[in-house]
Write a protein that binds this ligand. Structure first.
Ligand SMILES: Cc1cc2nc3c(=O)[nH]c(=O)nc-3n(C[C@H](O)[C@H](O)[C@H](O)COP(=O)(O)O)c2cc1C
Length: 206
């Protein structure tokens, strides 16, 4: 084989190899992102049920969705909130809140708020806190997140929506104060938004 033919032969071989590799990577990325999206949706659905302490679809109607872009809730683009109903009556607004100042990065929660401004329930749906230190915000790791259920502004007052180490009303975690502080303060801020503006979404709900 002449040198030129050998070079062309190798170049074609390499080109084909590169094309196949790129194709395989692109396909894998597509399937992976679809699986991640499906998994995120499952986590979200489970969180909605847990926030409302619902066990079956018959208990609760989660079909009414509203798009919200609220910078006070950390939204940088439109996010989906849910107006939850029982027997046709709006019982809670469930809003996504992005708490920016976790130890490992933003903490994504779903916060259910009752028409009177009290917390119906909260679930952390994504975070990058350290396993064994900051991840007690997850319900499967601890019941800490349940300490917000039923609380509203005034119970405690806004200044106490933080950890006890700061004079707040909520427990911290041993050796990891940053995570629970961020969550407690972030939820307090979200309740202020509800009291100022968000309540109208439930009042105006058809
Ligand atoms: C590797 C590493 C990971 C940490 N992860 C967390 C965390 O996830 N959440 C947190 O609040 N603090 C975390 N901390 C601890 C903080 O640095 C800080 O010491 C602590 O939150 C302050 O709480 P304290 O007042 O109870 O000491 C981590 C520290 C190290 C060295």
């Amino acid at each position: 084989m002449s040198t030129l033919r050998a070079v062309v032969h190798n170049a074609v071989g390499l080109g084909l190899f590169a094309a196949v590799t790129v194709g395989v990577i692109a396909l894998t990325a597509t399937f992976t992102s679809e699986r991640i999206a499906a998994q995120e949706e499952r986590v979200r659905q489970a969180a909605l049920f847990e926030i409302l302490e619902a066990t079956t679809d018959a208990d609760i109607d989660l079909d009414q969705r509203v798009a919200l872009t609220v910078s006070a809730l950390g939204h940088r683009e439109a996010r989906e909130a849910v107006i939850a109903r029982r027997n046709g009556r709006a019982v809670a607004l469930i809003v996504p809140v992005r708490i920016p100042d976790g130890y490992g990065g933003p903490i994504e929660v779903l916060l259910g708020i009752e028409p009177d401004g009290r917390v119906a329930g909260v679930r952390v749906v994504a975070h990058r806190e350290t396993p064994g230190l900051g991840d007690d915000i997850e319900r499967r790791r601890s019941d800490w997140i349940e300490s917000f259920r039923g609380r509203g502004l005034g119970e405690p007052p806004l200044a106490q929506w933080t950890v006890r180490a700061d004079g707040g009303a909520f427990d911290g975690f041993t050796g990891a104060t940053i995570t629970p502080r961020a969550v407690a303060r972030g939820l307090g801020r979200a309740l202020v938004w509800f009291e100022d503006d968000g309540y109208t979404l439930l009042e105006d709900a058809p």
